[in-house]
Each structure stands twice: as C-alpha cells, then as structure tokens.
Design a protein around this ligand. Structure first.
Ligand SMILES: Cc1cc2nc3c(=O)[nH]c(=O)nc-3n(C[C@H](O)[C@H](O)[C@H](O)COP(=O)(O)OP(=O)(O)OC[C@H]3O[C@@H](n4cnc5c(N)ncnc54)[C@H](O)[C@@H]3O)c2cc1C
Length: 451
C-alpha cells in the first residue's frame, strides 16, 4: 500500500514517523514549503532572533508524542511554569481571569461578582458560544473579558460559533471558589493542561519537527505544492509538473483548499467545503535592545487599545531566542493579531500599530520603541479553524466522501477541528490514522475520545 502524505507539519510527520516505526516503507511526503514544521516551524531572522509562528508551548496528552519529542530534544529543552496574565483596565489579572477577578478595580469586581450571582439558564441548552458564555460567566466577566477577548482572537461574530469545542479550552467558573479567592486574597493559577510546558533550548519550536524529519528526509520532498488531485486515477499533480500515484492519500493541507483542487468532486462536497470558516494571523516579532525583567510567559489583551490578542515574552522561553543567547542585551516580544473578513487588518501597518499598542498597553515605553533591533512579520492566511455552528454538519458531508475515495484529511486544517488542533493532537491524528488504515483501530483524537 503506497501512502502519499501532503504536508510536512506535525500531522504529516506524525504519520510518516509512525509508518517508519511500523516498518512500512512505501510512503512519501510532499511539502509546499522549503522547510519542515508547517505552522509549528521556527525562523532565524537576519539579526539573530528566533521566531515561532505565534506563541507555541509544548504540552501533551500522549506518551507516544512525548517519546517522539524526547527522542529529538534529549536534554536540550527548558521546562517552564506557565505565567500568563490578562492586561485590562491598566492592571494585570492572572489567568484564568474568572478565578482571579480580585485584581480588578472595585467597581468592576462588584459588577463581575454580581453577574455570577444572578446566573440563570443552563449552559447545555444554549444555542451558541456567545449564549454559552453569558450563561456560564454572567454579564460582568463577559463584558470586560470573555466577549472582547474572544472577538479579537476569533475575528468572527461569537453567535456564529458553536460551544461544542470548549471542554478543555476555556476554564469555567465556580462561584464559591471565586468568592473564596476574593475573601482570602488568593491567586488561583493552575487551571488547564498547559500549566507546565517545555520549550526547545535551540531553534524554537520548529527544532522538534526538524529533528523528527531528519532521519526521514530522503522520503520528504520539499518545494512540492500539490495543485490537482485526480480522485479516480488516484494521482496528485504538483505545480512543478511532477505527478505521483497513491493507494492512500493523507492530506494535511487546509480541507477547503484541498477540495477545491479536486476538479471532479460532487457539488455537494465542494459547497460544504466552502462553508468552512477560518481566520488569518499576523505574527509580529519585535526584537529590542535592552534587558526585560518580566517573568510572564504570555499575556492576553482583550481591549481595543492594541491590535494584538496575545503577546509572548519569547526571550523567557529560551535565551537562545535572542542573538548570542544574551538576554542581558536583548529581549523579544511576539505579538499575534487576527484578521478576517469581519476584522480586516492593514498588513503594511501592523508593525507600527503593534508598537503603538505595546506602548499604549504599558508593555514598553517610548524610549524602548526607539531601541528596536529587529522587526519580523509572518502572515499566516490559515491560523484558527473556526468551530462554527455548521462545522460538524459540513465535515460529516466531506470526510466520509473523501474516505470513500481513499483520502484521509487530518491535522489542524485537514480535519478542521480546533479542539483537536494543537501540535500533540495533530501529530497523533497522523499516527492514529495510520493505525486505523493498517490495523482497523479507532481514531480517538479525531473523534474526541482523547486529548
Ligand atoms: C498562532 C498559533 C499558535 C499556536 N500555539 C500552539 C501552542 O501553543 N501549542 C500547540 O500545541 N499548538 C499550537 N498551535 C497549533 C500548531 O501550530 C498546529 O497544531 C500544528 O502546526 C498543526 O499541524 P498540521 O500538520 O496539522 O498542520 P500544519 O502545521 O498547517 O502543516 C500543514 C502543512 O501542509 C503544507 N501544505 C499546505 N498546502 C499544501 C499543498 N498544496 N501542497 C503541499 N503541501 C501543502 C503546509 O505548507 C504545511 O507545512 C498554534 C497555531 C497557531 C496558528
């Protein structure tokens, strides 16, 4: 059985890694870029700063993935305790916001608590994400944090989103615990799966995927962009003119783009794929001269005095993210802004608007603004696969059809499931689809039973 894999991101590499472990030799990966890693790649700029495509932190739900990563990194990683904060009303509130509202100004704190005390309705009966958050968090927390922050990240109306993806992604609220935290003045910081995370010592997050690809590289063909699929002939054509046959095709490129490149696909499938919604991201990497003594890992910005929703103190993840590993002389901030048709952004001005946002939100002062050592902009047209109300219905049309044609579409945008779209999930979707095809086992990650 010949496997052809499209894309050398975590999912495609997970599939190849597992095929190799199983001793199945008949496979190839074709990747559009000139590097491995997909959205989890990293780049060294010409000033010596390393950048990820947005703040990537490594945490995992799977032993298999952990072992693969350990095999690559050995001891060359740092382990960090998460320190994430929300910048709001000129103060800092530790994450998760709802558990730490005692940091808010008194009048806002009162509004948030009274919103929690008068909660009504049941989250299970709500129709969409916006209604769900009203029911779970109440008026105050929604007004000051949940609504503006989520609108900034997702870039779509929150009423158009489902609530089915939420499980592990949003910390829900426990009024007694919130009131106890306020009364006793306690911080409540440890929620969630990523309270401790790893980061490679050298080369950013992408070092993991470069390391996984290394022993497999003679079967990975870079700079091969798929342009057409003939589902009847089981043949892929690339923009450089090359063609390849397959028995099984594992696609990890965005599902809507993939379907648009299958000319003979039925209208019903093409139409379902066009309804899938995503946003794009502008990642502004800003390297500065100077030392920054600030132990925070990443910070959320719900307010409209900045374009970005999140900033990472990237020099804290590894000193080697700055030139010569010298955090006494340099620091680096990675700032993420969403764009979409509902939320257009001017790419040509984003570095300047980001710098102004950093000053206006108190992250840097005007003097630091003048001490920039590097500006590095990454534009990702596909950043978050949006869990819209219709998403599962569209996927239920598209995926069975493709599978009936020996095409398995997996990974962050291949499967279009945000809730199973992190690095560990994506890698394991690649692993599990191989086990399903070769051994008939269940795909737990794709079907929501793991992760
Ligand atoms: C801003 C941001 C922050 C994130 N933070 C985290 C985090 O903190 N922790 C975490 O675990 N995950 C994080 N992620 C998610 C992580 O990046 C993804 O889980 C992972 O990269 C998905 O892997 P994948 O292989 O499914 O897809 P991708 O990484 O998108 O790889 C798909 C590959 O397919 C290739 N391709 C596309 N079209 C074609 C074509 N026509 N022909 C050939 N090749 C093609 C692409 O070039 C790409 O290399 C984040 C993602 C973003 C965008």
């Amino acid at each position: 059985m010949k496997f052809l894999i499209l894309g050398a991101g975590p999912c495609g590499l997970g599939a190849a890694y597992h095929l190799d472990k199983l001793g199945h030799t008949d496979w190839q990966i074709f990747e559009r870029n000139d590097h491995f890693g997909g959205l989890s790649a990293s780049f060294l700029d010409d000033k010596g700063f390393t950048w990820d495509i947005g703040g990537h932190v490594l945490f995992s739900h799977y032993d298999y993935f952990d072992k693969a990563v350990a095999g690559v990194l050995g001891d060359d990683y740092y382990e960090h305790q998460r320190e994430s904060w929300i910048r709001i009303l000129q103060t800092w509130v530790p994450y998760p916001f709802q558990n730490n509202i005692r940091y808010l100004p008194d009048d806002v704190l009162r509004e948030c608590v009274s919103g929690l005390r008068v909660l009504s309705g049941h989250p299970d009966t709500t129709a969409n994400f916006r209604e769900w958050m009203d029911t779970v968090f109440g008026g105050g927390i929604v007004k000051y944090f949940m609504q503006p922050y989520n609108r900034k990240v997702w870039g779509v109306p929150l009423e158009s989103m489902s609530k089915s993806w939420i499980a592990e992604r949003v910390s829900v609220v426990d009024l007694a615990r919130v009131e106890r935290n306020i009364a006793e003045g306690c911080d409540d910081l440890s929620w969630g799966p990523n309270s401790v995370f790893k980061f490679p010592k050298y080369g950013g997050t992408g070092a993991i995927y470069d390391g996984i690809a290394k022993p497999l590289h003679d079967k990975i063909f870079l700079q091969h962009e798929m342009s057409n699929i003939d589902l009847d002939q089981k043949r892929v054509t690339f923009t450089n003119g090359r063609t390849e046959q397959y028995d099984v095709l594992i696609n990890t490129s965005p599902l809507d783009q993939f379907v648009s490149k299958c000319p003979a696909i039925p209208d019903q499938i093409a139409s379902a794929a066009r309804k899938l919604v995503h946003n794009g991201g502008l990642i502004a990497g800003l390297g500065f001269e100077g030392r920054r003594d600030d132990s925070k890992c990443w910070m959320y910005f719900p307010e409209n005095n900045s374009p970005f929703y999140r900033v990472t103190n990237f020099h804290n993840y590894s000193p080697y993210n700055v030139p010569d590993g010298d955090t006494g002389r340099y620091f680096s901030l990675m700032c993420e802004t969403t764009y979409s048709s509902y939320k257009p952004e001017d790419t040509s001005r984003i570095i300047e608007t980001t710098l102004t946002g950093l000053v206006d939100s108190g992250m840097i002062d005007e003097a630091q603004r003048e001490r920039i050592a590097s500006r590095y902009l990454i534009d990702i047209p596909y950043s978050y696969p949006v869990p819209t109300l219709g998403r599962d219905r569209e996927l239920a049309v598209i995926q069975p059809y493709l599978e009936s044609r020996s095409v398995y579409s997996r990974g962050r945008f291949g499967a279009w499931k945000y809730e199973a779209g992190n690095m560990d999930h994506s890698f394991m979707q690649g692993v599990e689809v191989i086990d399903r095809i070769l051994k008939g086992s269940e795909e737990r990650t794709l079907n929501g039973a793991a992760g």
